[in-house]
Write a protein that binds this ligand. Sequence first.
Ligand code: VAH
Length: 387
Amino acid sequence: MRRPGGLASIFEEKMTVVGTLRQVVGRTLQSPACGCWMSALPVRFLGTSPRQIPEDASFHCASFSEADQPRVLITGGLGQLGVGLANFLRKRFGKDNVILSDIRKPPDHVFRSGPFIYSDILDYKNLREIVVNNRITWLLHYSALLSAVGEANVSLARAVNITGFHNVLDVAAEHNLRLFVPSTIGAFGPTSPRNPTPDLCVQRPRTIYGVSKVHAELMGEYYYYRYGLDFRCLRYPGIISADSQPGGGTTDYAVQIFHDAVKNGKFECSLKPSTRLPMMYIDDCLRATLEVMEAPAEALSLRTYNVTAMSFSPEELAQELLKHVPEFQITYNVDAVRQAIADSWPMNFDDSNARKDWGWKHDFDLPELVTTMLNSHGSDTRVAQAN
Ligand code: VAH
């Protein structure tokens, strides 16, 4: 941990350098020769030995014609949403234009489904090389420790969710990427209005996950207003998927319950029966993400939007399940950490701005969710692959 004093003096020195660099870069990037006008983008501190950009430097911006498909990089690709997102975007933009990345080795079926590379968001130079070598134009940033797992490892959550995010933000600004960062219902806290929770209200979350996501929202919007970075953000509710394991969150009970109901006919729930939370089926989540990324900039009155499909409690979900699995039994063994987190989160989400600005509309309500998830879990081989 650097001494704050030392950091302040280093910061002072670097701000001078950055000021000079920004003038040079700003002038250069606005020159007609470049042919692509960009507001003076922030120039990240160039390491500990700042390199001066010569006065006569000429930057050749890669200008993509409108017809070009975006070149997409997904970070944190092996989490709950990455693989489904990559498959969804590859159908839209072509397999080779969507690169999935993570720090872990992918399972065979993921490795065979399209481009997969190593990327560590804590390694700024690695991220920068990937963006340049692959001519990335869109970055969808999914690396993060979720709510419950973040509370069990705050220092790692802070490094990944905040320092890692700073690297992503700087690379996106430096290379003028369209940047998507998911936020969450967890970006609200006990002092936020909970029923419903609007886009703009008090946000004092009580988890490192929520704090880091509010930080990401605010930093992303700052870079949008200050430097013109095309930052877009959706606050996801609990996402429910059949083909991918959840990653240590508070809403994960709503994923596991289907697997256990089909496999064992019973489920032990970590939240109280009456705990109501906003939820969404993964197909709606992936479509919302693409729709906000493709929305014309002039349609966006906000850069961070709530999106949701439904809200339900464990007992309401169990009642819907019983319509299809009559022998199903639910028991409750409340996890105090997850319950405290859930009690601080929104019960219902107001996503009227997303529906008004860019036409958001969910397809899956609770009945459709339950039948779809049970059908997905119905084939044993598929469940085997997911584990
Ligand atoms: C969690 N599944 O429970 C995640 C999500 C809305 C919740 O962010 O932490």
